[in-house]
Design a protein around this ligand. Structure first.
Ligand SMILES: *[C@@H]1O[C@H](CO)[C@@H](O)[C@H](O)[C@H]1NC(C)=O
Ligand SMILES: *[C@@H]1O[C@H](CO)[C@@H](O)[C@H](O)[C@H]1NC(C)=O
Ligand SMILES: [Zn+2]
Length: 578
């Protein structure tokens, strides 16, 4: 909205923002042109004129504007309960370090794989591993299990409630998942330490789940156990909620837990949620903490081409496989636009970079300044996004809907014409777009192919017929998550905690997740959802700890720092009025 107004009415927009009026701008452009001619410049590059024109506001004002776009809350330490500071110091002791190594290692040793083809709970014995995991937790965190309310939701979901004294305060909710992705048997021999060993080599704990995300689960439990031991009396209720099938959709775990929590606390009944997610990133000479405040959407589109069968000695010119191939070629011949809407957290990160990073690219700074003063223009290519995308595909896809043809099948016999060929295209939808954008585009492309081959098109209508192209979306469809405000009080507590723990050189910027977490079921509970792995090991540097692959591991310092972070965060939330 804002962007279109700025574009349609540039005169108004300029007058309001205190920039030169069109007439004075006209004058200064004329002066610049005369000056260029006087100095014997024989060609005028349009872009350089634009640059000179743009230099209007001083660079100090520009810095100011970038800083305004990347507010950095002051480091925040809890102050109300100094007795608890001893408990906080204990976390860095060698005794605690040794104890939490044992506990996290033991957690990794309990196999809790989840599989895409799991049957019903109670019928498929592969779910029963979670009983073992619960036994382990009960034995390992005795105070929590004696003093807090522990509820099992849909058999294996865990909800811990530490009731606060002030019922008017909405709870703090910390999440993690108990399950891990499976270890493919053929990869076991490639691991440095066996995947279920929980081996500790003096620096890392190794094994499946060590960093996705038994570390986060154990860190939140360590935090509550420590605070119980230190006699903490929360004002604000603290909840821990652990799903058990995050790695295969969360339908049994998170979906039931979220409904249960909403039943009890109501819509928007939670103050803040922290779940697993992104962590720290080094960019442009700055260390960023990047709590995920947005998630891209998700949709798989199944394409089926049906064509007459028959003997392959008398074929039609194009079989269903050929026609499907033609459609796939069309799909891949063009990509979705690279576009950065204001709500996209990467826009904030760019402003953070421009405000605080020594090595922020000049070209990006310039485009960003122009974007800030003019607003985004929908009609044109988004030059800021295109420039930023040059940093690589991992950055580009923060600002672009992705498409990937991942599965294909068709044909059963070499002398029979294939009556059916199918493909599945995976999409991660850009912030500012919806799955409808994807459906409209595929409908148009499939329509062209269908017409060329005299086939009927069934575009997302749930029907099928012989000689047709059928488009259908899977049940996994997910819209882009609501974006968590990055200027809210909850963000300030989270960012303040992070800067208190790691130093104020760390710039906290909202981040965008290209994958999804269990929070996809929690949207109605609060606007303040952060997908954040708060542990950081300066020696280890930012990294994903090899999640979902061979040699998954976590540095012990990273893990201990996560416990410190959660301990400060829970206390900060307890003292905050929000
Ligand atoms: C922790 O473990 C290390 C080596 O494993 C040992 O040297 C140290 O004494 C232990 N610390 C405590 C307090 O037990
Ligand atoms: C197209 O298909 C319809 C029925 O499926 C058929 O009646 C018609 O003759 C076909 N047209 C051509 C040009 O093949
Ligand atoms: Zn995970």
């Amino acid at each position: 909205m804002k962007s279109e107004v700025a574009h349609v009415l540039p005169i108004d927009a300029n007058a309001r923002s205190g920039r030169p009026t069109p007439r004075s701008r006209g004058k200064s452009v004329a002066l610049v042109l005369i000056a260029l001619l006087l100095f014997g410049v024989t060609f005028i590059d349009f872009r350089s004129v634009e640059r000179l024109w743009w230099l209007g506001p001083s660079s100090a004002a520009r810095e100011e504007a970038f800083r305004a776009g990347c507010a950095q809350p002051e480091p925040l330490l809890p102050s109300k309960n100094p007795d608890l500071d001893k408990a906080f110091e204990h976390i860095t002791s060698s005794a605690f370090r040794n104890a939490t190594i044992r506990r996290l290692s033991a957690a990794v040793q309990v196999k809790t794989e989840s599989f895409d083809d799991l049957g019903a709970i109670g019928e498929d014995p592969r779910w029963d591993v979670f009983y073992n995991f619960h036994d382990f937790l009960k034995k390992t965190f005795p105070r929590i299990h004696e003093q807090l309310q522990v509820e099992k939701v849909n058999t294996h979901g865990l909800l811990y409630t530490w009731k606060g004294s002030d019922e008017s305060l909405k709870p703090t909710l910390l999440m993690a998942h108990q399950d891990t992705v499976p270890v493919p048997p053929e990869t076991i021999s490639s691991w440095t330490y066996p995947p279920w060993s929980g081996a500790y080599d003096g620096k890392y704990i190794w094994g499946r789940g060590a960093s996705d995300c038994k570390n986060q689960l154990i860190a939140t439990l360590e935090t509550l156990e420590l605070l119980l031991e230190a006699n903490f009396k929360p004002r604000r209720t603290i909840l821990l909620s652990f799903g058990f099938d995050e790695e295969c959709s969360g339908k049994q775990g998170a979906s039931h837990l979220a409904a249960f929590i909403q039943e009890r606390y109501g819509k928007d009944g939670i103050a803040v949620i922290v779940d697993e997610g992104s962590g720290f990133e080094q960019a442009w000479g700055t260390l960023f903490a990047k709590p995920g405040t947005a998630e891209k959407g998700y949709t798989d589109v199944h394409i089926t081409v049906r064509a007459p069968g028959g003997h392959s000695s008398v074929p039609s010119d194009h079989t269903s496989i050929g026609i499907l191939s033609e459609l796939i070629t069309k799909i891949e011949s063009e990509q979705y636009p690279t576009r950065l809407v204001d709500a996209n957290p990467y826009y904030t990160q760019l402003q953070c970079g421009a405000a605080y990073s020594p090595d922020f690219p000049e070209k990006l700074r310039e485009l960003l300044g122009r974007r800030r003063s003019r607003g985004a223009c929908r009609a044109r290519p988004d030059r800021l996004a295109l420039e930023a995308a040059k940093q690589g595909p991992a950055i580009k896809y923060l600002m672009q809907t992705s498409q990937a043809v991942d599965v294909i099948s068709g044909g059963i016999k070499v002398n029979a014409l294939p009556e059916r060929a199918t493909a599945v295209v995976n999409h991660r939808i850009n912030v500012g777009e919806t799955s409808q954008v994807v459906k409209d585009r595929l409908t148009a492309l499939a329509g062209e192919v269908a017409r060329a081959h005299n086939l009927t098109l069934h575009a997302f209508d749930g029907k099928e017929s012989p000689s047709s192209i059928v488009l259908a979306s899977s049940s996994h469809e997910l819209q882009v998550a609501p974006v968590t405000p990055a200027d809210g009080d909850a963000f300030a507590v989270l960012a303040g905690t992070t800067r208190a723990l790691y130093g104020s050189d760390v710039v906290v910027t909202p981040g965008i997740m290209t994958g999804n977490t269990d929070t996809r079921y929690y949207w109605d509970l609060t606007r303040h959802i952060f997908r954040f792995g708060p542990g950081f090991d300066p020696e280890d540097g930012p990294g994903l700890g090899k999640i979902h692959t061979v040699d998954e591991r976590v540095s012990v310092l990273n893990h201990v720092n996560a416990v410190r972070w959660f301990t400060l965060f829970v206390r900060n939330m307890d003292e905050a009025d929000l």
